[in-house]
Design a protein around this ligand. Structure first.
Ligand SMILES: Nc1nc2c(ncn2[C@@H]2O[C@H](COP(=O)(O)OP(=O)(O)OP(=O)(O)O)[C@@H](O)[C@H]2O)c(=O)[nH]1
Length: 371
């Protein structure tokens, strides 16, 4: 993954939660002059829908700050693909960062999948992270009733909690606890009228593209899992959270996160084969997977990332960030308990060690093809 790949940030959040306010603030920052902002103007229509059917106006605005702004043309793939020649002068691209603002009802998953895997995009761009705005004044109800909003929060790498000035402090605390249970590893920031430091929204990937050193401490945020655990007595998962209250309709009774830590180096190919099997069985409910793996025969760690059924190609990095060489995997799931995943992985490892693992042909191939 060359350093020159252009980072792409997905800015999402429910209707009226403050996305445009954040964006307006960001594009005024001098450091972001060379940013291409891609928006879509279809209020009520999700971007995933748009990817397939709509051909909106092809309007491009150059903002006074120097940022470029365009609406989605056709689909996201062609917009990003064409952006290079459309926004270049003298053969040189005019932007070195992209922010995509989705509609409030968008499902971020297909967009992230597109950014992670479509060849014409991954040759030039790298997915940086999902930033989700959450309106503190009404998020409790929105999360209760709007599955899209919940998914946007669950998939975020960074949560921007907006309108704290209008919210009751007790409500803010309660919501922060709820978000901790849904997505402990996401960075959480309170934002007043969109004022947020760009640095806290960018560089959300699993490693620093310049040094190729994984920033595990930041993206895993292990302590937050412990906090979530302390707050709820055990894993922030499957309705064991603080919401034992009486509203049975809460969707996030089933959404939660956990982190598996594996002490021993893993056989080459094992996790790939196991994950492929898991994703084909229950990818829909694996909202987000991120991990760093210690694999036998590799001097550096492997990093993995996935969104529902789709995984980013596994990458090997040159070095570990610290002496801690354990494999760590974060799962944000819908209705899949940690115990289920642990049992599945345990059984898979046993079968693998006995050479019986062939649900995806991986076990049988591993001698011949040790990658
Ligand atoms: N008081 C207060 N108002 C805010 C804050 N952030 C945003 N707003 C207001 O909330 C309203 C909605 O903000 P937008 O930025 O348009 O929200 P959005 O997510 O882009 O909205 P849609 O594109 O319609 O989904 C606007 O009137 C903003 O001025 C904040 O921190 N405090």
């Amino acid at each position: 993954m060359p350093e020159s790949l252009i980072p792409v940030t997905l800015l999402t959040g429910f209707l009226g939660s403050g996305k445009t306010t954040v964006l307006n603030h960001l594009v005024r920052r001098p450091g972001l002059a060379r940013t291409l902002v891609i928006i879509n103007e279809f209020g009520e229509v999700g971007l995933d829908h748009l990817l397939m059917s709509r051909l909106p106006d092809d309007s491009v605005v150059e903002m006074s700050s120097g940022c470029l702004c365009c609406t989605i043309r056709g689909d996201l793939v062609s917009t990003l693909k064409d952006a290079h020649w459309r926004f270049s002068r003298g053969g040189e691209s005019q932007f070195d960062r992209v922010v995509i603002e989705t509609t409030g009802l968008a499902d971020p998953a297909p967009i992230v999948q597109t950014l992670m895997t479509v060849g014409v995009i991954t040759r030039r761009y790298r997915f940086d992270g999902v930033v989700t705005t959450v309106d503190l004044t009404n998020a409790e109800r929105t999360l209760d009733t709007q599955p899209e909003a919940l998914k946007q929060a669950a998939m975020a790498d960074c949560l921007l909690l907006t309108k704290a000035d209008l919210a009751e402090p007790a409500a803010v605390t309660a919501l922060e606890q709820r978000l901790l249970a849904i997505n402990p590893s996401a960075r959480r920031l309170r934002v007043h009228n969109g004022a947020v430091a760009p640095d806290s929204l960018f560089g959300l990937g699993l490693f620093d593209p310049a040094t190729k050193i994984p920033d595990v401490a930041r993206w895993l945020n292990e302590e937050a899992f412990l906090d979530a655990q302390d707050a709820h007595g055990h894993d922030a998962h499957l309705g064991h959270g603080h919401h034992h209250d009486h509203d049975l309709n809460r969707h996030d009774e089933r959404i939660g996160a956990f982190c598996l830590v594996l002490d021993q180096p893993l056989d080459s190919g094992l996790i790939d084969a196991w994950l492929d099997q898991q994703l084909s069985l229950c990818g829909r409910d694996m909202l987000r997977i991120k991990g760093i793996l210690n694999v036998q025969g590799r001097s550096g760690p492997l990093v993995i990332q996935g969104v529902q059924h789709v995984r980013h190609p596994t990458m090997e990095l040159p070095a570990w960030p610290s002496d801690d060489r354990r494999s760590k995997l974060v799962f944000i799931t819908r209705g899949i308990a940690r115990e289920t995943i642990e049992a599945s992985l345990g059984a898979f490892i046993n079968a693998w060690q006995q050479g019986e693992t062939s649900p995806v042909g991986a076990g049988k191939d591993r001698q011949a093809n040790p990658t």
